[in-house]
Structure formats: structure tokens, C-alpha cells
Design a protein around this ligand. Sequence first.
Ligand code: HEM
Length: 217
Amino acid sequence: MKTSIARKVLMALSGFFLITFLILHLIINLTSVLSPENYNIASHWMGTNPVIQFAMQPVLIFGVIFHLAMGIYLELKNNNARAVKYAMNKPSANASWVSRNMIYTGIMIFLFLGLHFYDFWIPEIVHKYVHFLPEDSTRYFHELQMKFQDPVRVGLYCVSFVFLGLHLLHGFQSAFQSVGFSHNRYTPLLKKLGNAFAMIMAFGFIFIALFHYVSQL
Ligand code: HEM
């Protein structure tokens, strides 16, 4: 029992960490809409900063994999425990659709990350650490735009961002609950904040993808 609570807390902590990453990622990517020059400056700085490259980046990758692996583990354990109880209790009456389908929305996000890494992260690693190409601080905006010319890819990205929004709709407030935060007045507020956060993330990323697609038509 104790270890399963500890696992839920770790799941929540890795969730908080990924939420922080998402906020930063959205802000940096929004600069690509507002000012290509600033986007290039920010990307160049992040892409060449040794602390970000060799400390933060591995921690982030670990955080993503940990969150997925722990999510699958907790889901499998819950399924075993629920098999008996749910024969009597109708699950749909007890929990919302999003909260019951966190594992599926999570897996969709993970599949998106496969495509996303293929698009951006792998070429970046190959550019810098395999071919050791000379650094051109103005290349980033152009590289970003190239990826948003294909309507199928833009469509896949947008559908994935809907899954991200659904995942956060439950995940944000659930993370606070898992670390033991519960308050008569603030918990309902936190739920509202979570809903707003999920919407901002989903629509924010969709806006960026559509903006680059439409601006190149
Ligand atoms: C339109 C939306 C998005 C754009 C334009 C975008 C753009 C980028 C770019 C350019 C990189 C490469 C950074 C680098 O290594 O130089 C990147 C990396 C990454 N993106 Fe996104 N991204 C978007 C949405 C998302 C979403 C929704 C997620 C999470 C669900 C995500 C997760 C990541 C992760 C984990 C990395 C690897 C970070 C690293 O270590 O460099 N991205 N993204």
C-alpha cells in the first residue's frame, strides 16, 4: 500500500516536471509566431548551452520515459485490483471519460513524441553530434517552417494536441490530489485552473502548427 502511494506521488512529481517543460516549450514556440529573430536567438541559446544540452535534456528524456513507464505500471496494477470491484460498480458512473482513459491519451502523446523526435530532435542531434556541422544561429526558424508544409503532418500534430489537452484536463488536478493537496476552497479552483491550462496548451500548440502551415500556403 505504502509503495503504491509512493508510486502515485512519483507519477505526480514527474507530471509537474513535464507541465513546467510544456509551459516553457509553448512560450519558446510562440516566439516563432511573434518574431522569427527571437525564435532563432532562443533556439540557438538553448541548443548550444551545455547545461541545457548535457544536464536538462537527459533529465527531460528520463522524465518522459519514467512518466510513461509508471503510468503503464499503475494502470496494469489498477486493472487487476478493479477486476473484482467493477463487476459491482459501474465505472462510468464513478469517473469521467478523461480520467478513465488517461492511459490511452498518454499513449497517443507518446506516439506523437515519436514523430516529433523524428522531426526535430533526431535531426538536431545528428546535425550537432554526428556530423559536427558548423553552427548557423539563423537556421532554426527555417527548419521549423519546413516541417509545417505537409498538411498530413500538421493534421497529425493537431489531433495529438487534442489528446494532450484531454490528458491535462484530468492530469493537472489529479497531480495535486496525488501529492495530498486537498482543500475545500482551493481544490475546486485548482480544477478550473487545470481546465484552463489544458485548453491553453491544446489550442496554443494547435495555433502554432496552423499558423506556420497557413503562412506558407
Ligand atoms: C506546434 C507545436 C510544437 C512545436 C513547433 C515544437 C517544436 C520543437 C522543436 C523545434 C524541438 C527541438 C528542440 C531542439 O532539441 O533543438 C522540440 C523538441 C521537443 N518537443 Fe516540441 N514542439 C511542439 C509541441 C510539443 C508538444 C505538445 C510536446 C509534448 C507533448 C513536445 C515535446 C517535445 C520534447 C520532449 C522535445 C525534446 C526536447 C529536447 O530535449 O530538446 N513538443 N519541439
